[in-house]
Design a protein around this ligand. Structure first.
Ligand SMILES: [Zn+2]
Length: 108
């Protein structure tokens, strides 16, 4: 499989984490500049929100299941995808053109 171009990965990294996480949460409640929600990750069922997103710093963390990371990590954990699959998934969702690095010495 060809490698996804670094420029595409950089573009995905710059996506707003709130836009990435929002479709997976019932509701994000703003408290002290952080957005809290019931944890949307699989294998963690809870009734009170211990999952938060820091929009400024672009990361999430859950005090219940101790999972955390950036927007890409979130989709990886939530959907069980690997890194490349996650980048492609986010490109499709947010309308980013997927480009690949053309390897030196290939037939192209
Ligand atoms: Zn959790």
């Amino acid at each position: 499989m060809p490698r996804i171009a670094q420029s595409v990965i950089d573009e995905v990294r710059q996506l707003n984490i709130v836009d990435i996480v929002s479709p997976y949460t019932e509701e994000l409640k703003k408290v002290d500049g952080k957005l809290w929600a019931i944890c949307p990750l699989p294998n963690h069922l809870e009734k009170t929100p211990s999952f938060f997103v820091d929009e400024q710093k672009g990361f999430f963390y859950c005090f219940g299941c101790h999972e955390g990371g950036n927007g890409i990590t979130f989709i990886q954990k939530c959907k069980g995808l690997d890194f490349a699959e996650t980048v492609i998934h986010l490109c499709e969702q947010f309308g980013i053109d997927i480009k690949y690095d053309v390897e030196k010495g290939s037939q192209f």
